[in-house]
Design a protein around this ligand. Structure first.
Ligand SMILES: C[S@@+](CC[C@H](N)C(=O)[O-])C[C@H]1O[C@@H](n2cnc3c(N)ncnc32)[C@H](O)[C@@H]1O
Length: 278
C-alpha cells in the first residue's frame, strides 16, 4: 500500500476533490495526514494496494461513496454543546414562542445532526418547558449527510464520553429521559416521540424540510469554503419560516455574508423574510 510519503500529489488532489464533490468539505494539503489516517483502514478492509485503486473503486462502485462519506466527515458533538445557546432556548426563545404562537408547534431543524445529541438536547429543553406548559408542541428533524452517524442518531443509544458528560452535568435529565441499556443509556419515549432523522446534504435544496422556526446549523459551516458556506446558508434559508432563527457554532459567523439574516445575539440570527408555513 502507498505510504504517506509515496502518495503522489495528483492522487492526493483527486482524493480531496472526491471529498469536496460528495460533501462540500474543503480539505487543504495540510489535512492529508487526517484523510490518510481515516482511509487507510478502509483500503486494508478492501484489500486494495493503493489510493489510486480506491479512487477507481469510488468511481465504479457508487455504494462505496456511502462509506467514504462516513469516513471523511467529523462527527464530534455533545449534549448541551455551547450552554449559552440552551439557556437562551429555555429562558427566551421558548417562552417568547409560546406567548406569540400558543397553538402552533415549534419546528426545529438540527441541520448537521451527527449522532443526535443536539436534537435530543432540543427535545429535553422542550420537554422541560412542556412540563410547565402542557399545550406547547414541537417537532424536531435531524439531518446529516453520513448514513453511519444517522443510524446512531436514530438508535439513540449513548455510551462513554457522550453520556458520561451529561450524567455529570445534568443527572436529573438522564434520570428522567434516558434508561440504562446494556453498556450505555438509551433515550426514552418522551425524547424520541418528536424527533425524526433523515439524510440530507446541505449543499442541496431542502425540498422535504420546512417551514422551520429554528435552524441549528452548528459546527459544520467551518468545513466549507466561503462559496460553499454561502450556498449552504442560502439553501437553509429556503426551509425557514418568516422570522425564523438560525443558530451557528461558536467559531462561525454570518457577518461576512450579506444574505438578509439579521443579527439577534452572538451566534443567533433572524430570517425576516421566509417561507410561509404549510
Ligand atoms: C462536527 S459535527 C456537528 C454536530 C452538531 N451540529 C454540533 O454542533 O455538535 C458536523 C456534522 O456535519 C455533517 N456534515 C458534513 N458535511 C455535510 C453536508 N454537506 N451536509 C450535511 N451534513 C454534513 C457531518 O457528517 C457531521 O456529522
Amino acid at each position: 500500500m502507498d505510504t504517506e510519503r509515496e502518495v503522489d500529489p495528483a492522487t492526493r488532489r483527486a482524493l480531496f476533490e472526491q471529498v469536496r464533490r460528495h460533501t462540500g468539505i474543503v480539505m487543504g494539503e495540510r489535512k492529508w495526514t487526517l484523510l490518510e489516517g481515516r482511509l487507510r483502514r478502509r483500503l486494508r478492509e478492501l484489500a486494495l494496494p493503493g489510493y489510486r485503486d480506491y479512487l477507481q473503486m469510488l468511481e465504479a462502485k457508487p455504494e462505496e461513496v456511502r462509506d467514504f462519506i462516513d469516513l471523511v466527515t467529523t462527527n464530534e458533538t455533545s449534549f448541551f454543546r455551547t450552554p449559552r445557546i440552551w439557556e437562551y432556548f429555555a429562558q427566551q426563545l421558548l417562552p417568547r414562542w409560546f406567548d406569540t404562537h400558543p397553538d402552533m408547534p415549534l419546528r426545529v431543524w438540527s441541520a448537521a445532526a451527527s449522532s443526535g445529541e443536539e436534537a435530543y438536547t432540543v427535545a429535553m429543553v422542550c420537554e422541560e418547558f412542556r412540563a410547565r406548559h402542557p399545550a406547547f408542541r414541537y417537532r424536531i428533524v435531524g439531518t446529516d449527510i453520513a448514513d453511519g452517524i444517522l443510524r446512531k442518531a436514530s438508535a439513540a443509544h449513548y455510551q462513554g464520553r457522550s453520556i458520561d458528560a451529561l450524567r455529570q452535568s445534568r443527572p436529573d435529565l438522564v434520570e428522567k429521559y434516558f434508561r440504562a441499556d446494556g453498556d450505555g443509556f438509551s433515550a426514552g419515549p418522551a425524547l424520541r416521540a418528536n424527533v425524526t432523522f433523515r439524510k440530507h446534504n446541505l449543499h442541496e435544496l431542502p425540498r422535504e424540510i420546512g417551514a422551520i422556526d429554528v435552524t441549528l446549523l452548528r459546527n459544520v459551516l467551518i468545513y466549507f469554503d466561503a462559496e460553499g458556506q454561502q450556498a449552504v446558508l442560502s439553501n437553509a434559508r429556503r426551509a425557514m419560516a418568516p422570522d425564523g432563527l438560525l443558530i451557528v457554532g461558536e467559531s462561525e459567523s454570518l457577518t461576512r455574508f450579506d444574505m438578509g439574516f439579521e443579527f439577534e445575539q452572538p451566534l443567533i440570527y433572524r430570517n425576516p423574510a421566509g417561507r410561509t408555513r404549510d
